[in-house]
Design a protein around this ligand. Structure first.
Ligand SMILES: [Zn+2]
Length: 114
């Protein structure tokens, strides 16, 4: 039960991290679901197609990403690129993430001695 709760809480937190990660890459170059899923897995996130595709779709609806469909060897692939709003969100999220990292890294060290 505790493990279940822990996973549930971490999952909720990581959904936000993953969205920042998506914005970060969509700013550099157009990304697509399979590639992004692989990238997130390499960073240690467990993510399935059932999570990544609805997430990209929602981020497009929220105007954080724009979608462009391209024909790749007869298959339609949806490529996503960051929007101006997405860039603004990424900028703020990045500042907060850095501030948070600093806070938990520097001040969090004291937790070990409690
Ligand atoms: Zn990455």
């Amino acid at each position: 039960m505790i493990i279940f709760m822990k996973n549930k809480i971490l999952r909720k937190l990581f959904l936000g991290f993953m969205q920042i990660h998506i914005l970060h890459h969509a700013k550099k170059e157009p990304i697509y679901g399979t590639w992004m899923m692989k990238e997130l897995k390499e960073h240690g996130y467990k993510i399935s197609p059932g999570t990544i595709y609805p997430m990209l779709n929602r981020m497009e609806k929220e105007d954080l990403l724009t979608k462009e469909e391209k024909n790749m060897d007869g298959r339609i692939v949806k490529f996503y690129t960051i929007t101006t709003l997405g860039e603004e969100v990424l900028k703020e999220a990045r500042e907060k993430a850095m501030e948070l990292t600093h806070e938990v890294k520097v001040k969090g060290d004291n937790l070990d001695s409690i």
